[in-house]
Design a binder for this molecule. Structure first.
Ligand SMILES: *[C@@H]1O[C@H](CO)[C@@H](O)[C@H](O)[C@H]1NC(C)=O
Ligand SMILES: *[C@@H]1O[C@H](CO)[C@@H](O)[C@H](O)[C@H]1NC(C)=O
Ligand SMILES: *[C@@H]1O[C@H](CO)[C@@H](O)[C@H](O)[C@H]1NC(C)=O
Ligand SMILES: *[C@@H]1O[C@H](CO)[C@@H](O)[C@H](O)[C@H]1NC(C)=O
Ligand SMILES: *[C@@H]1O[C@H](CO)[C@@H](O)[C@H](O)[C@H]1NC(C)=O
Ligand SMILES: *[C@@H]1O[C@H](CO)[C@@H](O)[C@H](O)[C@H]1NC(C)=O
Length: 616
C-alpha cells in the first residue's frame, strides 16, 4: 500500500513540475497562505497576498526566473500544530525547507515525500512524534537531514541507506529504539552523523566508529565507556606503502587540517561578532524572544548587500555555514570557494588592509557592482563591517587562466589551444575596455593578471578583481606579488592608471603567447622578467623560440602569433602615453581573430582582403 501511495506522489509531483514550469508562483503562494492560516505563527509574517512573493515575502526564495519557490526558511517564528496536508507538499520545486525551532507537532509529515528536489530538511527543535515510516529512498537529492530534538520513536529507518548524497544526518535527542542498522554503512557521502541521546542499543556497528564518540553517545549501555577512542583513519597503513609516502600523507593531511582550522577560526570570529549563534541559544533558553532573534537575523541579513538582479538567495549566516575551501591568496586578500546549502558555489574574497571608510567602500562597490558585462565577473554582494570586508562573486569551476596556462604542466596536462587563447585575449580586452568606461571613463582595474581572468560560458576571457586599488592601502613594489604585471611607472598600487592596465594586459598577452609566467626562475636560479626576456629574444630576430612549445603543434597560426606578439609589445612599452588605449586594443586583438574566422569560412579569399592594422 505504502509503495502505491508513493508512486502516486511521484505522479502528482511530476504533474506539478510539468504544469508548474510556466506558472507564476501563484499556486505556490496559495499553498503558503493556507499553510500560514493553519499553523498560526506567534510572530506575524509580512506575507500579504497583494505583494510579490519572490521579492517581499520573508523566508521565501524563488528560482532565477521567479517561476517557483526553491527555498522556504521559517525558523523560530512560533508555528503551531501539525503541518497541514497538501500545503508545503505542493511546493514541488522546493530544495531547502527549514521549519526548525518551532512548535510543530504530530507525526512525521509524510506529504513532504513528494518534494523530489529536496536537498536540505531541517525540522529540529519541534514537537514531532511517532515513528519514521517514510521510505527515505524518495529523496534522492537529500544532502542534509536534521530531525534532532523531537519525540520521534520507533526504529532508525533502513531506507535512509538509500540516500547516496546524504552528508549530514542528525537524529539526536529523540526516542528512537532498536539497533543502528548496519545498512547505513552504505551512506557513502556521510560526513557527520548524530544519533546520541536516543534509546538505541548495541552492538555498535563498526562503520560508526569513524565518527566522534559524541555521535553515538548513549548507544548500548556502558559500551562506549569502554571503547578505545576512535582511531584516525590513517590507522590501517596498507602493506607495501613506504615510510616516506606515509609521511607525505600525514604531512598533507596536517596541512589540510591547518587550512581548514584557519578558515574555521576566521568564520568563528565573524560569527562571534554577529552573535547569531549565541542569540539562538539564548532564545532557546527563553532568554530572548523569537521576535528579537529574528530581527537580529534580519539585521545581519541586511548587512550582506546584494546587487539588483542578483539571483542568489542566502544570508550571511548561510555563507558562514557553507563548507569552504581556499582558492588562493591574491594581492588584496584570500579567496574562498563556499558551497551553500542549495549546492550553489560562490567565490568569497576576504579583503585585507582596506583603507577606505564605509561610505567610500560602499560607493566603490556600487560602481563595481553596477558593471554588467559578459567579460567582467559580476560582483554579487559585499559585506562591510569594522573587522571584515567580504566580496561575493560567481564561482568559476574551470579555474583561472593562470591555472589553465601554468597549472599541471605534467603528463596529464590538457593543452590550451590557440583558439582558446585568442578568445581569452579578446574577452579580457573587451572586459577591461568596459571597465575603463565606468565612472565617467575613470575606473581603473588595477590588478590585471592571468589569475584574475576566467573563462565565461562561451569560453571567452572574463576579468575579475577590479577597482580595488582605490579602496586598499598602498602596496609598495617589493612585497607585491603582482610585480611581473606592474607597469614601470607605478610605484605603488594606488597610482595605477588605465595605461598601467594596458601594460598589465600586454603582459597577459605575452603569457598567453609564451606560456611563461611573468616572473620565473630558470634552472640556474636566474630570475627572468618575461617582458625583458621577450625583448631580448625579439631583438635578435622574430623567432619561434618565444612561443609556447604547446602552440607549435598547430599549423597556420604563426602569422597570428606574430601579430599578437606585436600588439603585446606595443602594450608594454615604457612610456605610458605611447601605449594603445584599451578600446583600440579590442579592435586590434579582434581583427587578428576575425581574419582567422574569415579565412576559415572563405578559404579561397586572400587574407589581405581585411585591413591589417600595423602598429609597430
Ligand atoms: C524557469 O526556470 C526553470 C528551471 O529553473 C525552467 O524549468 C522553466 O521552464 C523556466 N520558466 C520560464 C517561464 O522560463
Ligand atoms: C496587504 O497589503 C495591502 C496593500 O498594501 C493592505 O491594504 C492590506 O491591509 C494588507 N493585508 C494584510 C493582511 O496585511
Ligand atoms: C517589495 O519589495 C520591493 C523591492 O524589494 C520594495 O521596493 C517594496 O517597497 C516592497 N513592497 C512592500 C509592500 O513591502
Ligand atoms: C541539527 O540541529 C541541532 C539542534 O538544533 C544542531 O545543533 C545541529 O547543528 C544541526 N545539525 C546540522 C547538521 O545542521
Ligand atoms: C511512539 O509514540 C506514540 C505516541 O507518541 C505511541 O503511541 C507509540 O506506541 C510509540 N511507539 C513506540 C514503538 O514506542
Ligand atoms: C540534545 O540535548 C542535550 C541536552 O538537552 C543538548 O546538550 C544537546 O546539544 C542536544 N543535541 C543536539 C544535537 O541538539
Amino acid at each position: 500500500m505504502e509503495a502505491w501511495r508513493l508512486s502516486l506522489w511521484t505522479l502528482f509531483s511530476l504533474y506539478l513540475i510539468i504544469s508548474g514550469a510556466k506558472a507564476d508562483p501563484s499556486q505556490d503562494k496559495r499553498a503558503l497562505l493556507e499553510f500560514l492560516t493553519i499553523t498560526r505563527p506567534t510572530r506575524s509574517l509580512n506575507w500579504n497576498e497583494t505583494t510579490p512573493l519572490c521579492k517581499n515575502w520573508t523566508g521565501v526564495t524563488c528560482n532565477r526566473n521567479e517561476s517557483r519557490i526553491i527555498a522556504l526558511r521559517l525558523p523560530a517564528i512560533g508555528l503551531n500544530g501539525q503541518i497541514p496536508p497538501n500545503t508545503i507538499s505542493r511546493l514541488s520545486a522546493l530544495r531547502v525547507l527549514s521549519l526548525r525551532s518551532n512548535r510543530l507537532s504530530g507525526p512525521f509529515p509524510m506529504g513532504l515525500a513528494g518534494l523530489k528536489d529536496l536537498g536540505f530538511l531541517y525540522l529540529e527543535d519541534n514537537d514531532f512524534s511517532g515513528p519514521l515510516l517514510l521510505d527515505f529512498f524518495v529523496w534522492k537529492k537529500l544532502v542534509s537531514l536534521n530531525l534532532s530534538n523531537n519525540r520521534f520513536n520507533g526504529t532508525v529507518p533502513v531506507s535512509l541507506s538509500g540516500l547516496k548524497r546524504l552528508q549530514s544526518l542528525n537524529l539526536a535527542n529523540n526516542s528512537l529504539s532498536g539497533v543502528v542498522p548496519d545498512e547505513l554503512s552504505g551512506l557513502s557521502s556521510l560526513k557527520e552523523i548524530d544519533l546520541s541521546n536516543n534509546n538505541l542499543h548495541g552492538p555498535l556497528p563498526s562503520w560508526l566508529r569513524r565518527f566522534p564518540t559524541s555521535s553515538y553517545q548513549g548507544i548500548g549501555d556502558d559500551v562506549t565507556h569502554f571503547q578505545p577512542p576512535p582511531e584516525p583513519p590513517t590507522r590501517k597503513k596498507p602493506k607495501g606503502v613506504t615510510k616516506t609516502v606515509f609521511l607525505l600523507i600525514v604531512i598533507s593531511v596536517s596541512i589540510l587540517l591547518l587550512a581548514v582550522l584557519a578558515f574555521v577560526f576566521a568564520l568563528c570570529y565573524l560569527r562571534r561578532k554577529l552573535t547569531i549563534v549565541k542569540d539562538h541559544k539564548l532564545q532557546k533558553k527563553g532568554g530572548m524572544s523569537p521576535e528579537k532573534f529574528d530581527s537580529r537575523m534580519e539585521e545581519a541579513n541586511n548587512r550582506l548587500s546584494f546587487f539588483e538582479g542578483c539571483s542568489y538567495s542566502f544570508d550571511l549566516e548561510d555563507l558562514l555555514r557553507a563548507s569552504a575551501e581556499i582558492l588562493g591568496k591574491g594581492t588584496f586578500g584570500t579567496t574562498y570557494k563556499a558551497v551553500l546549502e542549495d549546492a550553489t558555489s560562490v567565490a568569497v574574497k576576504r579583503l585585507k588592509d582596506v583603507a577606505a571608510g564605509k561610505r567610500d567602500f560602499e560607493q566603490q562597490m556600487e560602481i563595481i557592482g553596477g558593471i554588467k558585462h559578459e567579460n567582467v565577473v559580476e560582483l554579487k554582494a559585499y559585506y562591510y563591517s569594522k573587522d571584515e570586508k567580504l566580496m561575493v562573486y560567481d564561482y568559476f569551476s574551470s579555474g583561472s587562466v593562470a591555472s589553465l596556462l601554468h597549472g599541471n604542466r605534467g603528463e596529464n596536462r590538457v593543452p590550451l589551444d590557440w583558439e582558446t587563447r585568442m578568445k581569452i585575449a579578446i574577452g579580457a580586452a573587451k572586459g577591461i575596455a568596459r571597465i575603463h568606461k565606468e565612472n565617467n571613463g575613470k575606473l581603473v582595474h588595477g590588478n590585471i593578471k592571468s589569475s584574475n581572468i576566467f573563462l565565461n560560458s562561451e569560453r571567452y576571457g572574463c576579468v575579475s578583481d577590479l577597482g580595488l586599488t582605490a579602496v586598499m592601502s598602498a602596496l609598495a613594489p617589493p612585497i607585491s606579488r603582482q610585480a611581473g604585471y606592474r607597469a614601470p611607472e607605478v610605484t605603488d598600487t594606488r597610482k595605477s592608471s588605465q595605461l598601467s592596465d594596458v601594460y598589465s594586459f600586454g603582459v597577459v598577452l605575452l603569457e598567453l603567447l609564451t606560456g611563461k609566467s611573468p616572473i620565473h626562475t630558470t634552472a640556474g636560479d636566474e630570475i627572468i622578467h618575461l617582458v625583458r626576456w621577450v625583448h631580448s629574444v625579439v631583438r635578435e630576430e622574430w623567432t619561434a623560440e618565444v612561443f609556447d612549445v604547446e602552440l607549435l603543434r598547430y599549423t597556420n597560426i604563426e602569422e597570428e602569433m606574430v601579430e599578437m606578439l606585436q600588439i603585446a609589445m606595443s602594450c608594454v612599452v615604457k612610456a605610458p602615453d605611447q601605449r594603445p588605449k584599451m578600446s583600440d586594443l579590442v579592435r586590434l586583438v579582434e581583427s587578428v581573430g576575425n581574419r582567422r574566422a574569415s579565412l576559415e569560412t572563405k578559404p579561397e579569399k586572400e587574407a589581405s582582403e581585411t585591413s591589417t592594422p600595423s602598429e609597430t
